[in-house]
Every structure is written in structure tokens, then in C-alpha cells.
Ligand binder design. Structure first.
Ligand SMILES: Cc1cc2nc3c(=O)[nH]c(=O)nc-3n(C[C@H](O)[C@H](O)[C@H](O)COP(=O)(O)OP(=O)(O)OC[C@H]3O[C@@H](n4cnc5c(N)ncnc54)[C@H](O)[C@@H]3O)c2cc1C
Length: 273
């Protein structure tokens, strides 16, 4: 096994300087993706730059007038799931965080790590894309519509650090998740959001290119917000994932089923399997 140097910077500037100094260094947050990848030999960092001691990277705040939620990158899933603020203004997001993995994963994993990793079956990408969030880094602000670019791929430049995410508070949101019995990742997860401008629908777990917006469902629900409005619509299975959990055709059907459950259960998370 290669030797690894563990570093614990006290500021984002120090973290980015360290990252620039060591080409094979990686940021570490909750470690619940990076450490399993290292165990499997899929990642071999020379240095681990732990972001979790940096003041200001952790915590949840609601902007004046409940306009938006701000969540620090190093905020753990359990903190989002149990936050009185999140439960009050976007309860479906708290439920989404509470649906991630198991207790151990939720106690260590962070929103910044999940969003940086952009696993195609992860839950937060659906929440961020559905809510029209902004990913705030040490360099810029990236709208969610531009941030998620592909499987495990994002708009982040090498060395760029997610500092926080900003989530506009919607009129209402709901999340329905059909999960893998083993990992609890989404086989299909559909996050439905009502905003004053219309409805947004984000789908995780299903797309070959990762999380995506279901625009036909958005148009139907913006015209008539009811599960009946989805009758007769279908999802093209052509660009959906095939793996041991489901075929593309099964996922296409699940997206419609989960979308109906989300619409019928706004304000909370409906979980299946
Ligand atoms: C058994 C198990 C079950 C799981 N189930 C689910 C599930 O149901 N749903 C789900 O969504 N997820 C699930 N996860 C993943 C979990 O949510 C992880 O915590 C998350 O994907 C990564 O967050 P982390 O804080 O652990 O990041 P880390 O593992 O520390 O880092 C992940 C990657 O992000 C980079 N990174 C971390 N923070 C930043 C930052 N601030 N800026 C830039 N880059 C950064 C790291 O360099 C690394 O490349 C599961 C994980 C396990 C082990």
C-alpha cells in the first residue's frame, strides 16, 4: 500500500494551496465514497486534505423571508435530515437526506462530498437540480442546471472546492425513491418541485448521463398539478441505465410511478423497497 499523508487545513485558501502543491492529492470530507474507492484501489491519493475542520464549511442557515436555504459543504446528511430549519422550509429535502444509506453513512457523509462525487444513483443531485440550486465554490457560483454534466462528472475544475449550496425555498417539494435493498442508493428517485415559475422534475438513478430533468413531466404538471396529468405520458428508455438492479424499460416505468407518488405526497419522501 502507498503511504498517504493526512492534512487538515484551517481555511479554504490553505486547502487549495495544498491541493496545488501535490498533484495526486484529494480532498476528503465524510470519506464515505473516497475511502471505499481507496480500499478497492480505484483511487490512490498521495495526500488527503480533510476539509471538515474548516470553519464556515459546516452549518445550515435560512435567508431572510425564507427565500433560500444555505447548507455548508461539510454538513453531514444527519444534520440536514434533523434540521428544524430544513424540516420547516423544505421537508422533502430533510427526508431525502434521511433516506441516504444507513445511520453510519448519514453520520459521516456530507452534502459537499455527495455533490462533488455526482454518483448517478445519489439522492442530493436530484434535490439540487429539482430545486434549481446554486453550487457555491471558492471561485464562482454554478447553477445546478450547468453543474451536473455527466456520470461522476461535474462543472468543477481541478482543485475547486465546494463551499456551500444555496437552495431556493419552493412552494412545495416531494421525493419518491425506489431504492436498492442492498445499498439504499436510488434505482430511481424523482424529486418534484412546485415554484412560482412552474414545476421542476429531477430524476436520479436512471440516466446514462446521471441526473436529468424530465421536461415533458414538468410541462404537464405545470399546466395541471395532479397525478392524473401524468396519465398517457411515458419516458423514452433509450438513454436509461441497465444494471443488475433494473433494465432501461423497467426504469422508464418506475420514473412514471415514482413521479406519481411524489406528486401525491408533496412535503415528504415516499420510499419503496
Ligand atoms: C454503504 C453506503 C451506502 C450509501 N448509500 C447512499 C444513498 O442511498 N444515497 C446517496 O446519495 N449516497 C449514498 N452513499 C454515498 C454517501 O452519501 C457519501 O457520503 C457521499 O457520496 C460522499 O460524501 P462524503 O462526504 O463521504 O465525501 P468523500 O468520500 O469524502 O468525498 C467524495 C469525493 O468528493 C470530493 N470532495 C469532497 N468534498 C468536497 C468539496 N467540498 N469540494 C470539492 N470536492 C469535494 C472528494 O475529493 C472525493 O473525490 C452511500 C455510501 C455508502 C458507503
Amino acid at each position: 500500500m502507498n503511504p498517504i499523508t493526512y492534512l487538515r487545513p484551517g481555511s479554504v485558501d490553505e486547502a487549495t494551496r495544498l491541493r496545488a502543491d501535490f498533484e495526486e492529492a484529494k480532498y476528503l470530507s465524510g470519506g464515505h465514497t473516497l475511502l471505499p474507492s481507496m480500499k478497492q484501489g480505484l483511487a490512490r491519493p498521495s495526500h488527503l486534505i480533510d476539509l471538515t475542520a474548516i470553519p464556515g464549511l459546516r452549518g445550515i442557515a435560512v435567508e431572510a423571508g425564507d427565500a433560500a436555504l444555505t447548507i455548508g459543504a461539510a454538513t453531514r446528511h444527519v444534520e440536514v435530515a434533523s434540521s428544524a430549519d430544513v424540516l420547516r422550509v423544505v421537508p422533502a429535502l430533510a427526508g431525502l437526506a434521511g433516506s441516504i444509506g444507513d445511520r453510519q453513512v448519514r453520520n459521516r457523509g456530507t452534502i459537499g462530498g455527495s455533490v462533488a462525487n455526482n454518483d448517478p444513483s445519489a439522492d442530493y443531485p436530484a434535490g439540487l437540480l429539482g430545486l434549481g440550486a446554486t453550487v457555491v465554490t471558492n471561485q464562482r457560483e454554478i447553477p445546478a442546471d450547468e453543474y451536473f454534466v455527466g456520470l461522476f462528472d461535474t462543472a468543477l475544475e481541478p482543485g475547486e472546492v465546494i463551499v456551500r449550496v444555496r437552495l431556493p425555498v419552493p412552494l412545495a417539494a416531494g421525493y419518491a425513491k425506489f431504492r436498492s435493498a442492498a445499498s439504499r442508493y436510488s434505482v430511481v428517485g424523482v424529486f418534484v418541485v412546485r415554484t412560482p415559475q412552474g414545476v421542476r422534475v429531477a430524476v436520479t438513478g436512471a440516466g446514462e448521463g446521471g441526473v436529468f430533468r424530465a421536461t415533458a413531466l414538468e410541462a404537464a404538471l405545470s399546466a395541471n398539478f395532479s397525478a392524473e396529468a401524468l396519465a398517457g405520458l411515458s419516458i423514452d428508455s433509450g438513454a436509461l441505465l441497465r444494471d443488475m438492479n433494473a433494465t432501461p424499460e423497467y426504469r422508464a416505468n418506475l420514473i412514471m410511478v415514482m413521479a406519481r407518488h411524489a406528486v401525491n405526497n408533496m412535503g415528504r419522501v415516499s420510499m419503496y423497497k
